[in-house]
Design a protein around this ligand. Sequence first.
Ligand code: EPU
Length: 337
Amino acid sequence: MHIQNNISLKPYNTFGIDVNAKHFVSVSNVDDLKQILSSKNYPNKLVLGGGSNMLLTKDFDGLVIHINLKGISIISENDNTVIVKANAGENWHNFVLWCIENDYGGIENLSLIPGNVGTAPIQNIGAYGVELKDVFESCEAISLETKSLQSFSKSDCSFGYRNSIFKQKAKGKYIITSVYFKLSKQNHNLNINYGAISSELNMMKVSHPTIQDVSKAVISIRESKLPNPKEIGNSGSFFKNPVISKTLFNTLLENFEDIPSYPVSKQEVKVPAGWLIEKAGFKGKRFRNYGVHKNQALVLVNYDDAKGIDILNLSKLIQKTVHRLFGISIEAEVNIL
Ligand code: EPU
C-alpha cells in the first residue's frame, strides 16, 4: 500500500472539485483495507468510492481511502436466475454493461448512473421505475468498529427512496466491500412503462425490446437530459424529490395547474424538485463557472474549476427560493463535505 501526501481529489469526484487530501491511499483488497482502517496513524479518515454523490467544499485534513476493490463473479445459478457478486470498486455502468452482455436482466434501467457498485446500496440508486433494491440480494461491509466483515441482507438494509440503513443508523460505521445481485437469465421482467422509455423504444422502432434495447433507450434519454460528468462536472440529482401533503399539493394546484406529482400514500404525493426549481427560474442559470443544468434543473454543474462552496451556496439559494415560492423544503441528495 502506497500512502501519498497532498493529493488533489479532482479526479476522484464527478463534480470535478479541486480540493486536496493531506494523505491518500488506494486499496485494492480487503486485507489492505482492514490494515489501513486499524492504523492509529490516521485518526481522521474519509472513504471515497466513485465520488459521484458528494460535493467537496474544503481540503481534507486526514487520510482519504479510495476503494479500488475490483472483480465480478458468478456465485450460483439455475435455469432462471443467477447470483452475481461485484466488488465495491467496480464502475456501476461497466457492471451494467457486463450484465447485459451476459444477458442477465434486472439493472438495464439503471444504465449510465455514475458511481461505483459499492456506493449504489447506500442511496438505493434508482431510475426509470427500477431501484437497486429490486435486484439486491445482500452485501458485505467492513465494520469500522470491529474491522470485521459483516453480511447485510435486503431486509437488514431498510431500503427506501434514495435511502438505506447506510444513510441512517449505520451511517459512517461500515464500508461496503461487495454487493450480491439476483438477476434473471430468461423471461426478463422488463420495466418499460416509464413514459420516456416507451417513447424512446418507439422512436428506435423496437416493438419487442430486449434488455439491451432498454439499456440503449435509457442511455439515450440520460444523454439527452443529463450532463456527462466527464465533460461537465456534476453529481446527478443534487436534490431529492420532496414528499408533500395532499393538502399542500391541492393548494398549489390552484396557482400551478401543471404541477406534476407521483402518488406516495393516501395523504402524500411526491413532487419533482426539477419542476419546482425550473418554476423558480433557475433552470439553465449560469454564475461564472457553475450553475444549473439547462436540460434538467435538478442537476447543479461545475463548468470549469468552480469552488465547492459556490455550488453549496447556490444550492442554499435554490432551497430558500423554492421554499418561499411553494412552502416546500427540498433536501440535498448529495453528501456535502
Ligand atoms: N421536470 C421539469 N423541469 C426539470 C426537470 C424535470 O419540469 O428541469 C419535470 C419533468 O417534466 C417531469 C418530472 O419533472 O414531469 C420528472 O422528471 P424526470 O423524469 O426527469 O425525473 P426526476 O424526478 O427529475 C428522477 C431521479 C433521477 C432519475 C429520473 C428518472 C431523483 C432525485 N432523481 O429525476 O435520478 O434519473 O427520475 O427515473 O429521484 C440521480 O439520482 O442522480 C438521477 C439522475
